[in-house]
Design a protein around this ligand. Structure first.
Ligand code: DGY
Length: 340
């Protein structure tokens, strides 16, 4: 029997997925035993000699971990679509493959983006906490309506980042009467009006147009933050941006907390520069408590990073992460390898 390859798994991925690893005859599987973020010391102690490591967003994949693992390491697989916790150039330099989980979570995150747009616009922050002190009055808690109306028959969605999740979100907005779509993109990619026209035709909206941040802020009824994290997008939503938004607009962030300056957004909500915010990701998470400026901000719904948290999606992500890991270890094509 060939020598078994060692793999280190930073979280138990549950009964639907773990047997694929645990029953694999050619793998020796070491799993972080607690139901909490994997302890760094434990990971560094268990990494030496590993052929594969399966991580989550909470694990930094850097030179320290790669040094600890040593030369047997062939693949790191993350159970996430985002990968700013991983030093991709460092992995590439060492020839270590990197797997991630695109596509399987697109619908779940798009669903949640719509939910947050509705929750923020209908001020569910205050309305779910009002009991028993509610006195009905005609205009209490009234906010902007997501759907178009006969008196305001158009709606504009603004997307910071216009990838798969943004387009799935746009598809969900069309039945609400959204007619226009503006987006910003990485400045290093050239504009492509012909491709934009095709996207507009695909979703049945009047326009899809790449704009700068200022126009996006000024024109959008809802701004969806859906770009990757990292230094290029750090605090891209700042005071300057927020000051230019419509007073009736809503901001939704379902990508990474680092894109939004929390203090600036809290100030903007206190001072009414925009109507509300729906936030699934906060800079510094999971260390967010009741004193966080966004948790205390009016008309701001803050969720604990649950964009992909449906049973179906999490099983899909875990399955893809495990398949990336196994294929990477045995030198077979990975179902979702990040090309660098
Ligand atoms: C990801 O996979 O990057 C998502 O943020 C998880 O919900």
């Amino acid at each position: 029997m060939p020598q078994r390859r060692k793999v280190v798994v930073c979280r138990d991925l549950g009964p639907d997925v773990m047997p694929t690893l645990l029953n694999h005859p050619e793998l020796e599987v070491i799993v972080w035993p607690e139901n909490s973020s994997c302890d760094r010391k434990w990971l560094l102690e268990n990494a030496p000699g590993a052929s594969g490591i399966l991580v989550l967003l909470s694990e930094k994949v850097n030179a320290e971990l790669l040094d600890a693992a040593g030369p047997n390491l062939r693949v790191v697989s993350t159970m996430s679509v985002g990968y700013e916790h991983a030093d991709i150039p460092e992995l590439a330099k060492r020839g270590v493959k990197f797997g991630y989980t695109p596509d399987v979570l697109t619908d779940a995150v798009a669903d949640l983006s719509i939910m947050l747009a509705l929750m923020a616009g209908r001020n569910t922050k205050e309305t779910t906490e009002i009991w028993p002190n509610f006195v009905w009055s005609p205009f209490a808690f009234c906010g902007p309506q997501l759907s178009a109306t006969s008196t305001s028959p158009t709606r504009t969605a603004g997307f910071i980042g216009f990838g798969r999740i943004a387009q799935a979100t746009l598809a969900r907005l069309v039945p609400f009467g959204f007619t226009h779509c503006l987006y910003t993109a990485n400045p290093s990619t050239p504009p492509n009006p012909a491709a934009d026209a095709q996207v507009a035709a695909k979703y049945g909206v009047k326009e899809v147009r790449r704009v700068d941040m200022a126009e996006l802020a000024r024109e959008s009824d809802v701004v969806f933050v859906l770009a990757p994290g990292g230094s290029k997008t750090y605090h891209i939503v700042n005071e300057e941006f927020l000051k230019q938004m419509k007073k009736t607009a809503v901001l939704v962030n379902t990508s990474r907390g680092t894109l939004v300056d929390s203090d600036a957004l809290a100030k903007a909500l206190h001072e009414g520069w925009l109507y509300g915010a729906g936030i699934d990701v906060v800079e510094g998470e999971p260390n967010v408590d009741e004193n966080h400026p966004l948790v205390k901000a009016p008309r701001c719904v803050v969720l604990p990073h649950i964009g992909s948290a449906t049973t179906e999606t999490r099983i899909g992500m875990a399955t893809l992460a495990v398949n990336n890991l196994i294929n990477g270890i045995f030198g077979r094509p990975m179902p979702a390898e990040l090309s660098v």
